[in-house]
Design a protein around this ligand. Structure first.
Ligand code: ADP
Length: 550
C-alpha cells in the first residue's frame, strides 16, 4: 500500500519533453503556411510583399550573419525599428539563435535610450534608416555596441559616419542555407523590453521562450483575440511596445496573413492599408483609432473587412467603442495588460448569457477592460492585502500572477511579487461576479477626495464623449478641505465654441455630484509618455498650487 502511494506520488507523465521555443513558431508557419503573405510597408508608397517560407529563408540567413558577427547565447541585440518585415525577421532570428531581442522605443528621450542600451549591454544595434541621425548623435555614449546595422532596402552605405556600420541587406546576402534550429531550454531568455518608466529609470522585463509561446497561444484563442488562418492581422501597436502585444507571434502560429504598417500611423495611412489588404483584426492604442475615426468621418469612409479592433494601452472610451460599432459595424475588443505581463491580461468579450442585455448594458460591459484570459489569475485587495469582493463596485489594488508575468526586473535581485506570487500592477480596479475587470485608475492617479476615491479615467471618458472635446485629462489638485479635487484639462475642437459651464454641465447625471471636476482648463496640447499615455506626473507638477476658479 505504502509502495503504491509512493509510486503514485512520484509518477511523472510519459510525454516528450519538447521545449517550447520561439523558432518553432516560424518553423511551423514555414512548413504549414509557407505561401501565406506578409505585407510590409517600407515607406509612404512602397510595400514589400513575401510569404512565411521566404521570410524563414531570410531569418536563417540572418542567424548565420549573427553567428558570423560573434553573437553568443544570451547576448542582447537592440532594435530601433518600425513594424516592418526586417524587424519581423529580427524578432525570429535573434531569439531562435539563442540571443535576446531588445526592442527599444525610439520615442524615448535620447538619455533614456542611452541608459537602457547600456543597462542591457546590447552588443549589436539594428536601426531603421529613419533613425540614422539619432544613432549618430548618441553612438559615442553607447558603451557596449560592437556593430551597428542599418535597416534599408539598398546595400550601399547611406553616407553616415558611424564606426562599425553594416548594412542589413549586405549581411544577409548569402547563399540559401538550411540550418537546424538551435535547441536550448524553454526557460532561457528570448527578448527584453523596458517599461517606459514614467517615474525613475526604465526597468527591463526579460521574457522567456516559454512565456512568449504560451502568451501567443493564449492570445490566438477564440475568446481572446480569435486569430486563425482566415484572419488578416495588422499590429498597429509598435513592435517596440511590449512585443506588439504578441501578434507577431500569434499570426504565424495561426497561419494568418500578417500586415506590418511601417511608420505611418495617421488616420489616412491606416485607413488605406486596412482597405488595401482586407484587414480583419488590428490592435493599437486609443489615439490611433481616434485618428482613424476622424479620418473616416471626414471622407465618409468604411472599413468593411474589419471584424475586431483591439484597443488597449489606455482606456478605450465608451464613445469610441460605440462609434466603431454603430457607424462601421466593428466590434471593439477592449484589452488590458502591461509590459510586465507580455502584455495581455484581459479582454472584454460578452458571454452568451449577455445576449439578452439591452444595447446600453452591452456597451457598458464592452467598455470594461474585461475578463482574465486563461493563464492569468487576477485579484483585488485593499492596502493591507485583504481580498476585496468581486461585486463590480469595490475598488482595490489589482494583482496578477501567471506564467507570462514577470517575477523580477532584469538585473534586479529583489522579486517584484509577494510571497504568494502576486504582482501588484499599480492599477486600481473593480471585478464583477462574472470576472469582468474595470480599471478605475492608476493607483497614483486616483483622486482622493474626502476619504473617497474618484476615478480620473471615468471622468476623462465622459469628457471625451462630448462632441466638441478632442482629448481630456483629469488630475488631482490639492484642496484644503477635501485633500484633493479633480481638475479637468481639455483640448477642444478648434472649430467650435465651448464654455467651462457647458463642459461641467455635461457631467450632470453621469456621475455622482461630488465627482464632477471643480474646474476646467482649456489647453492646446497634453503631454504623453513614449507609449502614448497621458503624462500626468508632468501635469501635476505644472498645475501644483492651481487655484480652482469657478
Ligand atoms: P508603459 O511602458 O507605458 O508603462 P505598459 O503597456 O506596460 O506601458 O503600461 C501598462 C499600463 O497601461 C497598465 O498598468 C494600465 O495602467 C494601462 N493600461 C493598459 N491597458 C489599459 C486599458 N485598456 N485601460 C486602462 N488602462 C490601461
Amino acid at each position: 500500500m505504502i509502495r503504491e502511494i509512493f509510486l503514485r506520488s512520484n509518477m511523472l507523465g510519459l510525454m516528450q519533453n519538447k521545449q517550447l521555443l520561439v523558432s518553432s513558431i516560424i518553423d511551423f508557419a514555414d512548413k504549414n503556411y509557407g505561401d501565406v503573405e506578409i505585407i510590409s510597408k517600407v515607406n509612404k508608397t512602397e510595400k514589400f510583399i513575401y510569404n512565411y517560407s521566404e521570410a524563414t529563408n531570410r531569418i536563417k540567413k540572418l542567424i548565420q550573419a549573427l553567428n558570423k558577427l560573434g553573437l553568443k547565447k544570451g547576448d542582447r541585440v537592440a532594435t530601433l525599428a518600425w513594424n516592418d518585415h526586417r524587424h519581423f525577421e529580427l524578432y525570429y532570428a535573434i531569439s531562435s539563435m539563442g540571443g535576446v531581442l531588445h526592442t527599444i522605443n525610439p520615442r524615448l528621450f535620447e538619455e533614456q535610450i542611452i541608459y537602457i542600451a547600456n543597462h542591457a549591454e546590447d552588443k549589436i544595434l539594428f536601426f531603421d534608416e529613419s533613425f540614422s541621425s539619432l544613432i549618430c548623435n548618441i553612438s559615442k555614449k553607447l558603451l557596449t555596441i560592437d556593430h551597428y546595422v542599418i535597416m534599408q532596402s539598398h546595400k550601399s552605405n547611406p553616407g553616415i559616419k558611424l564606426e562599425n556600420l553594416l548594412s542589413y541587406e549586405n549581411i544577409i546576402d548569402q547563399k540559401n542555407i538550411d540550418i537546424e534550429w538551435p535547441q536550448f531550454k524553454e526557460d532561457d531568455a528570448c527578448s527584453l523590453c523596458y517599461t517606459s518608466g514614467t517615474t525613475g529609470n526604465p526597468k527591463g522585463v526579460l521574457y522567456s521562450h516559454k512565456s512568449t509561446l504560451l502568451h501567443a497561444w493564449a492570445t490566438a484563442t477564440p475568446d481572446t483575440l480569435g486569430i486563425s488562418s482566415s484572419s488578416v492581422v495588422m499590429p498597429v501597436v509598435p513592435m517596440f511596445h511590449a512585443n506588439a502585444w504578441g501578434l507577431v507571434y500569434a499570426a504565424p502560429m495561426s497561419g494568418s496573413k500578417l500586415v506590418l504598417p511601417g511608420s505611418e500611423m495617421d488616420g489616412k495611412s491606416i485607413y488605406e492599408i486596412i482597405n488595401d489588404e482586407g484587414i480583419t483584426i488590428s490592435a493599437g492604442v486609443p489615439t490611433v483609432w481616434l485618428m482613424l475615426l476622424n479620418y473616416m468621418d471626414e471622407i465618409k469612409g468604411s472599413i468593411d473587412t474589419v471584424k475586431n479592433l483591439v484597443i488597449g494601452g489606455s482606456a478605450a472610451p465608451k464613445s469610441m467603442i460605440k462609434d466603431f460599432f454603430e457607424k462601421y459595424n466593428v466590434t471593439v475588443l477592449h484589452a488590458w495588460g502591461m509590459t510586465e505581463m507580455s502584455p495581455l491580461g484581459t479582454v472584454s468579450r460578452l458571454l452568451p448569457k449577455h445576449s439578452k442585455l439591452s444595447y446600453e448594458e452591452k456597451l457598458n460591459l464592452s467598455a470594461k477592460q474585461g475578463r482574465a484570459i486563461f493563464g492569468v489569475e487576477m485579484i483585488i485587495t485593499d492596502d493591507d492585502g485583504k481580498l476585496m469582493p468581486r461585486d463590480g463596485s469595490s475598488f482595490g489594488n489589482l494583482k496578477v500572477r501567471g506564467p507570462w508575468i514577470t517575477e523580477r526586473y532584469f538585473k534586479e535581485d529583489e522579486p517584484i511579487v509577494d510571497k504568494e506570487g502576486w504582482f501588484n500592477t499599480g492599477d486600481v480596479a473593480t471585478i464583477d461576479s462574472d470576472g469582468f475587470m474595470q480599471i478605475t485608475d492608476r493607483s497614483k492617479d486616483v483622486i482622493k477626495s474626502g476619504g473617497e476615491w474618484i476615478s480620473s479615467i471615468d471622468l476623462e471618458n465622459i469628457a471625451i464623449g462630448h462632441e466638441k472635446i478632442l482629448e481630456a485629462c483629469v488630475i488631482g489638485i490639492k484642496d484644503f478641505k477635501w485633500d484633493e479635487r479633480p481638475l479637468l484639462l481639455v483640448i477642444k475642437d478648434k472649430k467650435s465654441e465651448l464654455t467651462k459651464k457647458e463642459v461641467l454641465d455635461f457631467f450632470v447625471g453621469k456621475v455622482a455630484k461630488w465627482w464632477i471636476p471643480d474646474d476646467v482648463v482649456f489647453v492646446n496640447e497634453l503631454p504623453h509618455t513614449a507609449t502614448g499615455k497621458l503624462l500626468k506626473s508632468k501635469l501635476r507638477d505644472e498645475f501644483k498650487g492651481y487655484k480652482i476658479n469657478n
